[in-house]
Design a protein around this ligand. Structure first.
Ligand SMILES: Cc1ncc(COP(=O)(O)O)c(C=O)c1O
Length: 265
């Protein structure tokens, strides 16, 4: 029969490969104008990579994927809608190019929160992948892609230092809670690491690891004494949430539950 000495354990790879099912499903990432990652859809390289993915044994080429992160650099929904349309047009155009070369493209996956908040046409797109839209944040408000009331997470902080007559106070929320994200730099706004809810004149002017420095134009009112709690709308809710272990779940201003945050990487 064979030259294998017995007893021996035989693994029939062709059978196992067939049993493994449909293989590893892959998408090709495309640069739709953000210029962070992805192949240039006009390049010969993009076509070559797609061909290779389609031909690779064990891989199933599902389609193409983009992230329109440059929609965060806009002012208002019209501009964000233009980025969404640019993304749609780049992606559907590239999908057509691949199809005309004989490569089936089942999925055309796009998205970022501002683009998807403003998008007017998704013809030819099969999947939209906004992430931040669930919570939004101060950045989304400032670029005009959501209203302040749409923001679903805030950081509750306590005033831990304040001198009478001072224009400065310290809270127990710093970079670990608010992150060092300064929000949309292209708007030319003063430095502010978060919006102190209900206190329009206050700015979180700096953060160290566990403390935030809040300043006002005039001496701070007597309400903000040591021990007072304030709610701060984060500039980037994704970074903020990633730093906490649990949500205090609020309904109509009352805590109704606590949910732990899975932070596996
Ligand atoms: C590849 C990719 N898709 C989707 C998203 C979601 O973007 P957003 O949170 O802006 O909706 C991100 C966020 O960085 C991303 O990198």
């Amino acid at each position: 029969m064979t030259a294998i000495e017995t007893p021996a354990l035989l693994l029939h790879l062709d059978v196992v490969e067939a049993n493994m099912g449909s293989g590893l499903h892959v998408f090709l990432k495309v640069d739709c104008g953000y210029h962070r990652a992805g192949v240039d859809p006009a390049s010969a390289y993009a076509l070559a990579v797609a061909r290779e993915l389609g031909a690779e044994r064990g891989l199933v080429f599902d389609g193409i994927l983009s992230h329109s992160g440059h929609a965060y650099r806009t002012c208002g929904k019209d501009e964000a809608a233009a980025v969404a349309e640019e993304e749609r047009s780049v992606m559907t155009g590239f999908a057509e190019r691949l199809r005309s070369e004989g490569l089936p493209v089942r999925e055309v996956s796009v998205g970022s929160t501002p683009a998807m908040a403003a998008v007017r046409d998704l013809a030819g797109v099969t999947e939209a992948r906004p992430g931040n839209y669930l919570f939004y944040d101060r950045t989304m408000v400032l670029i005009g892609c959501c209203a302040p009331a749409d923001v679903g997470v805030t950081v509750l902080a306590t005033v831990v230092s304040h001198q009478p007559g001072s224009t400065q106070l310290i809270v127990d929320a710093g970079a670990l809670e608010l992150s060092k994200d300064l929000g949309p730099g292209h708007l030319g706004l003063p430095v502010n690491f978060g919006e102190v809810k209900g206190h329009a004149g206050l700015l979180v002017t700096s953060v160290s690891q566990e403390h935030g420095v809040i300043r006002a134009a005039a001496p701070l009112d007597a309400e903000l004494t040591v021990g007072t709690q304030v709610e701060i709308v984060p500039n980037h809710s994704c970074l903020t949430v990633a730093h906490f272990d649990e949500y205090h779940v609020m309904r109509q201003g009352r805590e109704v539950d606590r949910w732990s945050i899975e932070r596996g990487r």
